[in-house]
Design a protein around this ligand. Structure first.
Ligand SMILES: C[S@@+](CC[C@H](N)C(=O)[O-])C[C@H]1O[C@@H](n2cnc3c(N)ncnc32)[C@H](O)[C@@H]1O
Ligand code: SF4
Length: 369
């Protein structure tokens, strides 16, 4: 499979925990930005993509007319949106209005991903979110009325001032709505964010407890826990994201977007004005690129694959390279092995970062080839 990702780096207001490349107060650039995306898309228009993901930032912040322009660009440069096996647009509750939903549905989008984050208004305020729970419920209902039958909702666990009881109650309320997919991310506090500056830090015990209970609560509600942070009703897993975890190829458009093609990983400049300038000048947009080879390449592939809870098959080459590390993970009860399949144990799901260390370099490739 091959994925196409388009980044929309605009937000109405920056949330206090957010470290994604997105800019508040930069609306004046949106029309130029859509022109730049169109120009960038020309370089990839001969390629065929299976899945489409418009992420952000806040793609739903675009007006209905701007979304329509974006959809037409995708159809002109790539394919009708309905021809992708899956096409997702990320949306924030306060900006997902019926006129935009109509544009997206008519264009052929098959999936929405709505960021709720918490089911508690006081917590949302503390996070710097500009919507409340009522706004989310209205947007969700309108999305259903517009005909979207594949919706993901994002939540964050381990948030400050949200007790475990509040988190679990919110999770239950969300499951009652029966979105086809739920993502539950553990709060990450990155340096430079307002949360970090205020001294907010991840509470590992709270996070662990909330994530463990999420597993049982959503399983009880009929969801399959198929990736560390992701839950889906049967056969509603995200195809676009599965492609990432299976180490498939993808192409990203826009500032900070990452691509993986022909064994080469690359990332675009994250600076919006520089991105616009480079596109205008027809210059390379890449800030960073690397070709993974040998143990680094195979380790990355195993690490990504292990994120999927049904595990990853270890090739003969990977076994030669990582036999000792895998044995150690099995001994530590983080990973279990069945023939050539390895997968995280229940304990390993919550300590996955410890397991992943085994597959991260630097490696001395001379010793293992
Ligand atoms: C690209 S982001 C933003 C999508 C959308 N703009 C929104 O805010 O809903 C996708 C998801 O990453 C998660 N996320 C963002 N920052 C995070 C953080 N610091 N820790 C954990 N999850 C985070 C949120 O659940 C968010 O919905
Ligand atoms: S979490 Fe979403 S809405 Fe908030 S700043 Fe980040 S990308 Fe924007």
């Amino acid at each position: 499979m091959t994925g196409l990702y388009i980044h929309i780096p605009f937000c109405r207001q920056k949330c206090r925990y957010c470290d994604f490349v997105s800019f508040a107060g930069a609306q004046r650039y949106i029309d130029d930005y859509l022109s730049a995306l169109d120009r960038e898309a020309v370089s990839y228009s001969s390629q065929k993509f299976d899945t489409l993901y418009i992420g952000g930032g806040t793609p739903s912040m675009l007006s209905a007319a701007q979304l329509d322009r974006l959809c037409r660009m995708i159809m002109r440069r790539f394919a009708p949106i309905s021809a992708f096996r899956e096409s997702t647009l990320e949306a924030n509750p306060e900006s997902l209005h019926p006129d935009k939903l109509r544009v997206l549905k008519e264009a052929g989008f098959s999936r929405l991903s709505i960021g709720l984050q918490s089911f508690d208004d006081a917590v949302l305020k503390r996070m710097g979110r500009i919507h409340d729970v009522r706004t989310f419920l209205k947007a969700y209902e309108q999305a259903r009325q517009a005909g979207f039958d594949n919706i993901n909702v994002d939540l964050i666990a381990g948030l400050p001032e949200q007790t475990e009881a509040m988190f679990l109650k919110g999770l239950e309320r969300l499951a009652l709505l029966k979105p086809e997919h739920i993502s539950v991310y553990g709060l990450q506090v990155e340096e430079g964010t307002p949360f970090y500056q205020e001294g907010v830090r991840s509470d590992e015990d709270l996070l662990r407890s909330e994530l463990e209970k999420t597993h049982f609560s959503l399983q009880e509600a009929g969801y399959v826990h198929y990736e560390i942070s992701n839950f889906a009703l049967p056969s509603r897993e995200s195809l676009h994201n599965i492609n990432y975890w299976q180490n498939g190829e993808y192409t990203g458009l826009g500032p900070s977007a990452a691509s993986y093609r022909d064994g080469m990983r690359s990332t675009h400049t994250a600076d919006l004005e520089r991105y616009l300038h480079l596109v205008r000048e027809g210059k390379p947009l890449t800030d960073f690129s690397e070709r993974l080879t040998g143990k680094a390449k195979e380790g990355e592939s195993l690490m990504l694959g292990l994120r999927m809870l049904n595990g990853v098959r270890v090739s003969a080459l990977q076994r030669r390279m990582f036999d000792a590390e895998i044995n150690d993970l099995v001994r530590r009860k983080l990973v279990e092995r069945n023939g050539d399949l390895i997968k995280l144990t229940f304990e390993g799901i919550f300590l996955a970062n410890q397991a992943f260390m085994a597959f991260v370099g630097p490696f001395d490739d001379d010793k293992c080839s």
